[in-house]
Design a binder for this molecule. Structure first.
Ligand code: A2P
Length: 281
C-alpha cells in the first residue's frame, strides 16, 4: 500500500495524518512537536481547535521545510458565508504563520440543527473556497461532516467538486451511505476518530484481530480505514502510541476479517450528527 493518497486534482496527501483536536490541555505545542518527531507530516487542525498557533510554532521550530508538511485547517460553522470565510482563511494563515494551506475545509454543513438557511450559506462559503483555490492560496479544498444531501447542494450549485470530505469513521460507525457517495464522486474520505472510543477499543472482535495480527486494536482500526480507502487522522498524546499509529504498513487485514469489521453493529459513535442536536453519552 502506498503511503499517500492522490486527490482528484492530483495533489498527494500523506496517508495517515495527525489529528490535533484536544491534543491535550495547554500542551498542544509539545504534543504536536512530538508528533512531528515521530514522523507525522500531515497535521489536521481547525480554527475551532484553538491550536493553530501551536501547530504553526511546532512546524517552524521543527526546522523542517514548510513544503514538507501537509497542513489542513477548517472554517468554523459560525463563520459560514463568502466574506467571513475569506477573513477566517486569512486569520488561520496568520495564526499558522504560513502564506498557504494544503487543504481548507468547511468544518460542518450548518451552523446548528435548527438552521434553515444552510443551503445558501454552504454555497456562499464554497464559492469563497473556490476563489481561494483559484488564486492558489490553498492546494485543495473540501468539506467535513457533509452527508450526501449536503454535498448534492454544492454539486448542483457550484463548479468545483470538493476534493475531501472528513467524516467520523471507525469500526462500528462507517457511515456507508456517505462514504459510498464520496467514492462515486471522486471525493477522498478522511476519518476523524478512526480509533473510536473506549467501547471500540474493548470490542471483542477487534481484540481478537489485534491478537491474530500481533498489533494493537488501534492499529487494526487505522489499517482498517486505509484498506477501506479512507485516510485516518488518529490523535494521541503519547509518543509510543503516535509511533504505533503510523506503523500500519507492515500487515494486511484479510478479506473475511475486513467483512467482519465492516458488519459490526454500531459502537462508539460520538453523538455528533450535522442535522441533529448533539447526543451526550
Ligand atoms: P492517548 O492520547 O492517551 O493516546 P480518536 O483519534 O479515534 O478519537 O482516538 C483518540 C483516543 O485514542 C485518545 O484518547 C488516545 O489516547 C487514544 N489512542 C490513540 N492512539 C492509541 C493507541 N495506539 N492505543 C490506544 N489508545 C490510543
Amino acid at each position: 500500500m502506498r503511503h499517500t493518497f492522490t486527490l482528484a486534482n492530483g495533489v498527494e496527501i500523506p496517508a495517515v495524518g495527525f489529528g490535533t483536536y484536544k491534543a491535550a490541555d495547554n500542551t498542544d505545542e509539545a504534543i504536536i512537536s512530538e508528533a512531528i518527531r515521530q514522523g507525522y507530516r500531515h497535521l489536521d487542525t481547525a480554527a475551532f481547535y484553538f491550536n493553530e498557533e501551536a501547530v504553526g510554532k511546532a512546524v517552524r521550530e521543527s526546522g523542517i521545510p514548510r513544503e514538507d508538511f501537509f497542513l489542513t485547517s477548517k472554517v468554523w460553522k459560525d463563520h459560514l458565508g463568502y466574506d467571513s470565510t475569506l477573513q477566517e482563511f486569512e486569520s488561520t494563515c496568520k495564526r499558522l504563520g504560513t502564506d498557504y494551506l494544503d487543504l481548507y475545509l468547511i468544518h460542518w454543513p450548518r451552523p446548528s440543527d435548527l438552521n434553515a438557511e444552510w443551503r445558501d450559506l454552504d454555497v456562499e462559503t464554497w464559492k469563497a473556497l473556490e476563489d481561494l483555490y483559484k488564486s492558489k492560496k490553498v492546494r485543495a479544498i473540501g468539506v467535513s461532516n457533509f452527508l450526501p444531501h449536503h454535498l448534492n447542494n454544492l454539486l448542483e450549485r457550484t463548479s468545483i467538486t470538493p476534493m475531501v470530505n472528513q467524516l467520523e469513521f471507525h469500526p462500528g460507525y462507517m457511515q456507508k451511505a456517505a462514504v459510498d457517495f464520496c467514492k462515486q464522486m471522486g471525493i477522498q474520505v478522511e476519518a476523524w476518530s478512526p480509533i473510536g472510543r473506549a467501547r471500540v477499543l474493548k470490542e471483542p472482535l477487534l481484540m481478537e484481530l489485534a491478537e491474530k495480527y500481533q498489533v494493537s486494536v488501534a492499529q487494526i482500526c487505522i489499517r482498517f480505514a486505509l484498506q477501506c480507502g479512507v485516510l485516518p487522522l488518529p490523535k494521541s498524546s503519547s509518543s509510543e502510541r503516535m509511533h504505533q499509529n503510523l506503523d500500519v504498513f507492515g500487515f494486511d487485514i484479510e478479506e473475511n476479517d475486513m467483512y467482519q469489521l465492516m458488519t459490526l453493529p454500531q459502537i462508539g459513535w460520538s453523538g455528533e450528527h450535522p442535522d441533529r442536536e448533539r447526543v451526550r453519552f
